[in-house]
Design a protein around this ligand. Structure first.
Ligand code: SF4
Length: 421
C-alpha cells in the first residue's frame, strides 16, 4: 500500500487507466454492464469523443504516468486494429505510459482473427482477457453467447500463434441447469489450454436483466447456491493443484501473472476511467462519466469547446464543471479506510497492518476492533504475518465479512461505501 494520497493530487507513482468501449454485437441476457447493441453507427464519432476525453484529462492532470491500461466493455475486440492503434496513440500523447506497461484488451472469441490480433499486438496490447464463460455449448446458448466452445478453443490458439504470452480466460459458474460435472469439464478444458490467468465468476442475477426476469417468472430455475459453493471449492482445489495462485476471490494466476491493472482497484489506488459509465478514483474523489454514448459524444465536444486546460488540483467543484462527469463523491479518510480494508480482503495477501498504519496513521485493529474480533471468532478472518486476511471459509462468505466492516462504519456515523463484487 502507498502513503495516504494528498487530496486533489495525482500521485507521482502513477495511475491505472480504464477505457470503456460500450459496444456489443448482441446483448447477453445476464449482463448489466453499460453497453449497447445496435448502435454501430456511433462507433466512429464515439472514438473521436474518446480521443477528446483522453486528451483533456491528460492536460488537466498534467500528463501523469499511466502504469496500466485496460480496454474493457462492451467489446473492445470489435475495434479495427487501426482504430485501436489510434486510440492508444492518443493515450501515449496525453499521458506518460510507463515502459512495459500492462495493456489489456478484452476480447470475444468470435472477433478473434489473425489479422486483428497482429494489429492489436502492434498497437501495444500485450495482454488479452477473453470472455469464454463456458466450454459447454448448451450453457453458452443459455448465456446468449455468440461463440461455441470449439470457437473459443480455436480463438485461444490464435492468440498464442499471434504471440500473446499473457492471456486471461473469463469463466462463469453457478448457472441455471449447470451440473458440477459440466463445471469440472469447463475448468479442466481451461486448465489444459494453460492460460496465465483465470477468472471465475459466480452468476449474479442482476436486477433488470432478462435472465433475472426469466428466473422470477419461473422460466429458468433459480441457481443453486450450495451447488455454486461446491463448484467454487472444487475450482480452488483443482487450480491450486494446477499451479495457479488464488490471489483474489474470483481470480487465479500463474505466479507473476496477476492482473496489475485490477490489483490497482483491490489495493484502493488511483485510477482514471474514460468512456460512458466509467468510474474514477483520483485525488480522494470518486466520479463517473455519464452513461449514454450519444450524450457522451455531445458533451465531450462541449468540454473541448471550453478552451485550453491547464494542470489543476482536482476538486469536487472543478469536476462538476466538466460536462461528461457526473456523480462526484468526496471520499473522506473514514471511507477510504473502510474501502481499503474491504477491497484488500479480496486479495490472498490481505491487508498489511503496517501499510495501513503508514497510509492512514491509524491502527486497523483499533479502528475495527469489534468487527475483527467477531469475524475471527466465527472463523471468517485471521491475522497472520502482520496481515488481516479472509480464511478459506471467509472467501466463500466474503460479502458477510464486508458487511461487518460497513456496519462498523455505519456505527461510526459515516457514509456507506459501495462494495465491488
Ligand atoms: S459481450 Fe460482454 S459486455 Fe457485451 S453484453 Fe455480453 S457480457 Fe455484456
Amino acid at each position: 500500500m502507498e502513503a495516504e494520497f494528498a487530496r486533489g493530487v495525482v500521485p507521482e507513482q502513477g495511475i491505472a487507466l480504464y477505457i470503456h468501449i460500450p459496444f456489443c454485437a448482441t446483448r447477453c441476457p445476464y449482463c448489466d454492464f453499460n453497453t449497447y447493441a445496435g448502435i454501430p453507427h456511433l462507433l466512429s464519432p464515439y472514438l473521436k469523443a474518446l480521443q477528446t476525453e483522453v486528451r483533456l484529462w491528460g492536460a488537466l492532470l498534467g500528463r501523469p504516468t499511466v502504469n496500466t491500461v485496460f480496454l474493457g466493455g462492451g467489446t473492445p475486440s470489435l475495434l479495427a486494429p487501426g482504430q485501436l492503434a489510434a486510440l492508444l496513440e492518443g493515450v501515449r500523447r496525453a499521458f506518460r505510459l510507463r515502459d512495459g506497461a500492462e495493456v489489456t484488451a478484452e476480447a470475444n472469441p468470435d472477433d478473434v482473427t489473425p489479422e486483428r490480433l497482429a494489429g492489436f499486438r502492434q498497437a501495444g496490447v500485450n495482454r488479452i482477457s477473453m470472455g469464454v464463460q463456458s466450454f459447454d455449448d448448451g450453457l453458452l446458448r443459455l448465456l446468449g453467447r455468440r461463440h461455441s466452445a470449439g470457437a473459443a478453443i480455436q480463438a485461444y490458439h490464435m492468440l498464442r500463434t499471434a504471440g500473446f504470452g499473457n492471456v486471461n480466460l473469463d469463466l462463469m459458474f453457478g448457472l441455471p441447469y449447470q451440473s458440477l460435472e459440466q463445471w469440472q469439464h469447463t475448468l479442466e478444458q481451461a486448465i489444459s489450454l494453460a492460460p496465465e490467468h483465470l477468472s471465475a465468476y459466480c452468476l449474479t442475477l442482476e436486477a433488470g436483466t432478462p435472465m433475472e426476469r426469466w428466473v422470477k417468472e419461473g422460466r429458468l430455475p433459480e441457481p443453486d447456491a450450495d451447488l455454486a459453493a461446491d463448484m467454487y471449492s472444487w475450482a480452488e482445489e483443482t487450480l491450486a493443484m494446477a499451479g495457479y495462485r488464488h490471489y483474489e476471490i474470483s481470480n487465479w494466476a500463474r505466479p507473476g501473472c496477476e492482473s496489475q491493472h485490477n490489483l490497482t482497484y483491490w489495493r484502493n489506488l488511483p485510477y482514471l476511467g474514460v468512456g460512458p459509465g466509467a468510474h474514477s478514483y483520483l485525488g480522494g474523489l470518486r466520479f463517473a462519466v455519464l452513461k449514454s454514448p450519444a450524450s457522451y459524444i455531445g458533451y465531450a465536444h462541449t468540454w473541448a469547446q471550453q478552451g485550453a486546460l491547464h494542470p489543476s488540483p482536482l476538486t469536487a467543484p472543478l469536476l462538476k464543471t466538466i460536462p461528461v462527469v457526473e456523480q462526484v463523491e468526496d471520499i473522506g479518510p473514514e471511507l477510504e479506510m473502510a474501502e481499503t480494508v474491504i477491497l484488500g480482503l479480496r486479495l490472498d495477501e490481505g491487508v498489511s497492518l503496517a501499510a495501513f498504519r503508514e497510509r492512514f496513521g491509524r491502527d486497523l485493529l483499533a479502528v475495527y476492533s469489534s468487527a475483527v474480533e467477531e469475524l475471527q471468532e466465527v472463523g471468517l478472518l485471521e491475522i497472520t504475518g502482520g496481515c488481516v486476511r479472509l480464511t478459506a471459509r471467509g472467501r466463500l462468505l466474503g460479502n458477510e465479512v464486508f458487511v461487518r466492516f460497513l456496519g462498523a462504519r455505519a456505527a461510526a456515523g459515516g457514509p456507506r461505501p459501495s462494495v465491488i463484487t
